[in-house]
Write a protein that binds this ligand. Sequence first.
Ligand SMILES: Cc1cc2nc3c(=O)[nH]c(=O)nc-3n(C[C@H](O)[C@H](O)[C@H](O)COP(=O)(O)OP(=O)(O)OC[C@H]3O[C@@H](n4cnc5c(N)ncnc54)[C@H](O)[C@@H]3O)c2cc1C
Length: 457
Amino acid sequence: MPPRTSPRVVIAGGGLAGLACAKVLADAGLPVTVLESQAYLGGRAGTFLDQDGEWVEQGLHLFLGAYSQFRALLRDIGRPPRQVLYFTDDLRFEEPSGPAATFGTNPVYAPLRTLLGALGNNDYLGPLAKLSLLPLLAPSVLPDALLQRFDRMTVVDWWRRASNSKQALERALRPFCRAIQFTDAELFSAYNLLGWAHQTLVRPLRARLGGYRGARDELIFAPLAAWLKQRGVEIRMKVELDEIVYDEASQRITKFRLVGGEEVEADAYVVAVPAWVFAPKIPLALRHRPFFADIIDLPTAPAISVQLWFDRVITRRDGYTMVARSNCPVYQDQARYTYPYAKGSRISVIVSPADALLDWSDAAIVDHVLADLGAAHPEIAAAKVVKRVVLKHKKHLIRPLPGAMTRRPKQVTPVDNLFLAGDWTQQEFFGSQEGAVRGGNACGRAILRRVQYGLLK
Ligand SMILES: Cc1cc2nc3c(=O)[nH]c(=O)nc-3n(C[C@H](O)[C@H](O)[C@H](O)COP(=O)(O)OP(=O)(O)OC[C@H]3O[C@@H](n4cnc5c(N)ncnc54)[C@H](O)[C@@H]3O)c2cc1C
């Protein structure tokens, strides 16, 4: 049902959450303005052209088959997932100076690989270590509301009670924790780990991994921006939210003040910037309220992304590799499908946990990555790195410390015309692309509900 009135909405942040929210509102015919501080859209999932004219990504991005709302968004804007992604049905694990194994992930699309992977690969995960993973299945079928009880303990604490296979912890769970939320298993909420297992178990046919068929700017963000603009959404680039102005008398937000002094007024205000950008901007009069104090307290994790261009082919795998006993827990060679004009391998690596490496020089980080990758791929010793990009961010994700996941705020706030969108708001996919789209969709729907009940104007 279209809204009876059309209040204007302003959204600060042109990442996946802000853009998904803009789409929900534009679909309902509301006038929307998006304010983005960078010269490109997509935020942490974004890609941009560097000074050499090469696409660089904020970081390696895996698309999990279970991402349903992100798929729907792609379909809606005329970019069906099969045009944007290629899917693989296996996942490789390796230990820099140890064994490697490839496991099939999907009993329907790759039945033989899945069966042989589970029965074989015993030098990587012995039969007992594989069996020890079974306790993952039982709690993972629980709905999200019940899984939230596991937010009180870490993966390591839970694992000690559930199974305690050291091999499975080091070679399967720890690399997963490091890769997916940039955090070690000792600090990682068991709710977050079980939540990912839940999303896969309830959609077994979707147990696949997607890689992008190009730069996300060209594949997703430019088409999404064009789609939104056609529906009247105003997208303003290189404008930065500086202050959120709150009027105590009316208990409403009255404007967004931008860096440079410009003021933007609307009927509803959406914060779609990361929590750590929002926290210092929370108006003084609101900071002490528990809802906002919890946001200020959300812990953050750093991220380092390394992209390496080689003069020759290093791997011939297009899928993802998880690395055990390494702080390069996941990498992918993107030379064949994502950036097919690369002459040799083009490897994108996540460095995690990154806390101890943030002060290192770029050269030292690259040497560290090459040493770990080189131990598994001796070809690297003879190869030349022709280009390297290192991106370091002190804060790039909410750290899933025990308790933090259930403390994430809802999209509606105690202030009637202030709403939140972002991967850091309550939704079932934590800090991820799907989480951002879900946070944005939920925010858009919450605004529409207020509009329909006449509560916004
Ligand atoms: C290195 C790395 C690897 C990742 N890998 C994966 C992965 O493999 N799979 C996966 O699903 N997810 C992955 N993620 C997570 C995923 O990228 C994020 O969860 C998602 O992109 C967050 O979207 P968002 O819109 O909530 O936030 P953001 O993308 O951070 O968007 C916020 C936007 O606000 C803008 N902004 C900031 N400050 C201001 C301001 N003052 N005024 C105006 N605009 C502002 C920013 O420029 C940005 O565009 C990864 C993240 C990182 C950092």
